[in-house]
Design a protein around this ligand. Structure first.
Ligand code: NAD
Length: 499
């Protein structure tokens, strides 16, 4: 069986660490590879050669760096089908969704090609007598990027696309559950003409995450994953003086106002709740029908829509969603459904015992729908991260607004309404970082930026867009004066200069 090592200095290398972990095919439940867990010594060697590569890269003029990123974008697109198949076989999402995962990452590479424009800095001519002031955005050096299992193409590209475009080297530490796509993305960078050593892919788990947070050469840590670990990584990296942005978990709400176009809202919520088996940080696992009769009208259309949904293997073009990532995760989703019932929720659709014929060992779970969920239930408070939709009924707009605002997570939220004034007020007042108005998954496009509030993000810089550019650069400001000989001052100034 293949053991996946690391991608260092432009080559796939075997790991030297004693520990490996299993990589499953969630469709069959079979172990299809092993992945090596890097040691701190392997990380140290990779960081040192990344440091050398970064010095040359930072000295390469910006348009030459961009040309490599243009070629990289084209090469990733040319490899789209192979990447999507690889992604589905380790993650379990359906092929069309895997393509979307790659495409949303490529969008950031496309934005990153224009980074020279954003990195130009500022200039003031004549800020004082013969004095000009200019600033520049310098790269940080070597940065660490730690990513989750659920978007193994998009999230690495969010991070290394912006890090490399701004002149940094990147140590990418992907999820040990689906490492093959990040490894291939690193390899394609070198095939596109990127310097070996600039993008190193190191596989591992907590041991190597800790080593990244502690490494003295690594200047910044970008992390996406669950909230407790995001908070831990943020604390550890910042305690070591590193810049850090750590995105965490989510529990996004879809508010249905009484005037919503119900056919459209049901279609949108169905895809957002159950797509990718609910394993998206921007999924909509909570729906809030507002006012009398709205929940009944929603259920009238939602129940048959769930009935018509198809759960299947990733390669099945008719499947709406595939298996979840692991057996442990499938059991945790089922346990949460059981717990919700114990807490008093009404189970309208029960997906716990679903088996896919011919794939009985695969990590499949059917869709569940829970009604009469209330804000005091633990299963409402917690992220389930599976194909489970919870209905929390609200009497009016104010009560509905309070739910996402008071929730521990504040990643995304959506409102379905035909009333622009209500939508506008909701967007203004809700305590959540990304808002959709009749848009169920409001992941901002690459030239805006991505980031939640509260326990969905630690640190104050969003991912990608201009926020990403700022995260991966530091400002240097130069104040210069070129006086003519007759303008040289003859006295020392003992007070701070004022102009
Ligand atoms: P995870 O937190 O288990 O793992 C994320 C990364 O942390 C992985 O690289 C993993 O190897 C590492 N890690 C795991 N345990 C660790 C530990 N004890 N100490 C240090 N590092 C550790 O998350 P996951 O299960 O891979 O991904 C799903 C989670 O990510 C969900 O909570 C989801 O909401 C969240 N997510 C958030 C966003 C966002 O932008 N807010 C996007 C995607 C996913």
């Amino acid at each position: 069986m293949q053991t996946i090592g690391h991608y260092i200095d432009g080559q796939r290398v075997a790991g030297t660490g004693a520990r490996t972990k299993d990589v499953f095919n969630p469709n069959t439940g079979a172990v299809q590879a092993k992945v090596s867990m890097a040691t701190p010594a392997e990380l140290d060697a990779a960081v040192k050669s990344a440091e050398a590569a970064q010095i040359k890269w930072a000295a390469t003029n910006p348009q030459r760096r961009s040309r490599i990123l243009f070629d990289y974008k084209a090469l990733v697109e040319a490899n789209m089908d192979a990447l999507a198949a690889m992604l589905s076989s380790e993650h379990g999402k359906v092929l069309a969704d895997s393509r979307g995962d790659v495409i949303r990452g490529v969008d950031v590479i496309e934005f990153a090609c224009g980074v020279p424009h954003g990195q130009k800095g500022e200039h003031t001519y004549g800020a004082g007598p013969q004095i000009d002031v200019y600033s520049m955005r310098k790269p940080l050096g070597v940065v660490g990027c730690i990513t989750p299992f659920n978007f193994p193409a998009m999230i690495p590209m969010w991070m290394f696309g912006m890090a490399i475009a701004t002149g940094n080297a990147c140590i990418l530490k992907p999820s040990e559950k689906d490492p093959s796509v990040p490894m291939r993305l690193a390899e394609l960078f070198v095939e596109a003409g990127g310097p070996p050593g600039l993008l190193q892919c190191i596989n591992g788990d907590k041991e190597i995450v800790d080593a990244i947070c502690d490494h003295p050469i690594i200047q910044a840590v970008s992390f996406v994953g669950s909230s407790d670990i995001a908070q831990y990584v943020y604390a550890r990296a910042t305690a070591n003086g590193k810049r850090s942005q750590c995105m965490g978990g989510a529990k996004n709400h879809g508010i249905i106002m009484p005037d919503a176009n119900m056919d459209q809202a049901v279609k949108d919520i169905l895809g957002a709740a159950y797509g990718s088996a609910g394993e998206r940080c921007m999924a909509l696992p909570v729906v809030v029908p507002v006012g009398e009769g709205t929940a009944e009208r929603f259920l009238e259309k939602m129940l048959p829509a769930i009935e018509a949904m198809k759960v299947g293997v990733s390669e099945d073009p008719d499947a709406d969603y595939g298996p979840v990532v692991s057996e442990v995760h499938r059991d945790s989703i089922a346990d949460n459904v059981t717990k919700a019932v114990k807490e008093g929720a009404t189970l309208l659709v029960d997906g716990r015992d679903f088996k896919l014929q011919g794939y009985e060992d695969g990590f499949f779970i059917g869709p569940s729908l829970l009604d009469n969920v209330t804000a005091d239930m633990e299963t409402y408070h917690d992220e389930i991260f599976g194909p489970v939709l919870q209905i929390v009924r609200a009497d009016n707009f104010e009560d509905a607004l309070k739910l996402p605002s008071a929730h521990q997570y504040g990643n995304g939220v959506a409102i379905f309404t035909q009333n622009g004034r209500v939508a506008r007020e909701f967007a203004d007042r809700v305590e959540v970082g990304m808002v959709g108005i009749n848009v169920p998954i409001p992941v901002p496009v690459a030239y805006h930026s991505f980031g939640g509030w509260k326990r969905s993000a630690f640190g104050d810089a969003n991912q990608y867009g201009m926020e990403g550019l700022r995260f991966y650069t530091k400002v240097k400001t130069v104040t210069q004066r070129w006086p003519a000989p007759e303008e040289q001052s003859s006295d020392s100034a003992f007070v701070i200069p004022t102009f």
